[in-house]
Ligand binder design. Structure first.
Ligand SMILES: C=C(O[C@@H]1C=C(C(=O)O)C=C[C@H]1O)C(=O)O
Length: 354
């Protein structure tokens, strides 16, 4: 068949896809009206997961699960926006990895607010200036983001979803020749994670200048002669700084887990959930062991236990951040927590992705 004929077929199929999408959005609008009347929640991650699971199962074509997910997450994002445009606050600046994570879930049609600190994201969601907040909670090379854990204790917000993102760094500059580069701007953590690349390509004479974000690094490198930035792909694109090398990080397994925060939101069980809690246990020998043994006895898998010193004025010495498999409503989970009501703060139960 000639190219023109193939293209004709593609055009016809696109027309049908668009028509079907418009029909889908009509139904979504009705769902939106219904939800507004009943004051129900717009974002239902467990329903979105169920749709993707079902499509993945019935799929006989060329698409794999990742492709189905990429297409449908964008459709869901547009759908939610049609039900009720909802603002998403994230730890900025624009072009940060958190921005990239937020866009991967909320798509191109949502309204975003970039904020300067993790606490500002909590505060913005708390005071209803945004419906959702996206912040990092853990990097597999650097460990947990302690500020996020502490803020989860201080604010009454819920974790409604987790977002794992593979972190890749790019090397971007206006210079065409590496020899002309005198200064490299980036975040401290990025220099550490790209140390082999820097050693392999530059001598000791090059100055590594830490700045507060990789987006700032890009902005400076865009203006300054002889400068380069180590940054997120999205940041270089945003400021139109040419990328010379992609994926320059030492370890190919650098990933960050982000969480989505929301006020007063409860996800229905999805069959593959994770629950996060904060536990304040008495300062006496064996308190933590006894508590954790309850999970063991109930055959509940613990994914993470992090201890944080309790702040002054508290009767407790340590606070433990705990992730475990299962939904808070599961009978097994309820059995464990029923003797610990006073010690536990439930943070959220959400679809497990990691
Ligand atoms: C339409 C709904 O609202 C949202 C959009 C969805 C969709 O586009 O299919 C699914 C779940 C919700 O996040 C719904 O709850 O069914």
């Amino acid at each position: 068949m000639a190219l023109e004929e193939y293209r004709k077929q593609i055009d016809d199929l696109d027309n049908r896809i668009l028509d079907l999408l418009a029909q889908r959005m009509e139904v979504v609008k009705q769902v939106g009206d219904l939800k507004r009347k009943t004051k129900a929640t717009i974002y239902r991650p467990e329903r979105e997961k169920a749709i993707i699971d079902r499509l993945d199962k019935m799929n006989k074509g060329l698409l794999n699960r990742a492709a189905i997910e990429a297409i449908f997450l964008e459709i869901f994002a547009v759908a939610r926006n049609l039900e009720l445009p909802e603002r998403v606050a994230y730890l900025g600046p624009e072009g940060s990895f958190t921005h990239q994570a937020a866009e991967s879930r909320y798509g191109a049609m949502s309204t975003y607010t970039s904020l300067n600190s993790i606490e500002a994201v909590f505060e913005t969601v708390k005071s209803d200036r945004a419906r959702f907040g996206v912040v990092p909670i853990e990097n597999n090379q650097e460990g947990v983001v302690q500020e996020t854990i502490d803020l989860l204790g201080r604010y009454d917000l819920n974790i409604i979803a987790e977002l794992p993102l593979a972190i890749h760094f790019a090397f971007a500059t206006e210079e065409e020749n590496l020899k002309s580069i005198k200064k490299i701007y980036s975040k401290d953590i990025a220099f550490r994670q790209c140390s082999a690349f820097i050693e392999d390509h530059f001598d000791k004479g090059v100055e590594l200048v830490p700045v507060n974000s990789t987006s700032t690094a890009v902005k400076i490198a865009k203006e300054e002669k002889g400068a380069a930035a180590i940054c997120a792909h999205i940041a270089a694109k945003e400021y139109d700084l040419p990328i010379l090398f992609e994926n320059i990080e030492d370890s190919g397994e650098n990933s960050t887990r982000f969480i989505i925060l929301c006020k007063g939101h409860f996800n229905e069980p999805s069959n593959n959930d994770k629950t996060s809690i904060l536990a304040r246990l008495e300062d006496k020998p064996g308190a933590l062991v006894t508590f954790l043994q309850e999970f063991h006895k109930a055959k509940i898998n613990l994914c993470k236990v992090e201890s944080r010193p309790a702040k002054e004025g508290s009767n407790f010495k340590y606070i433990f951040y705990i992730d475990f498999d299962g939904h808070f409503n599961d009978r097994r989970v309820q059995k464990v927590v029923k003797n610990y009501w006073h010690n536990i703060k439930w943070l959220g139960s959400y679809v497990k992705l990691v």
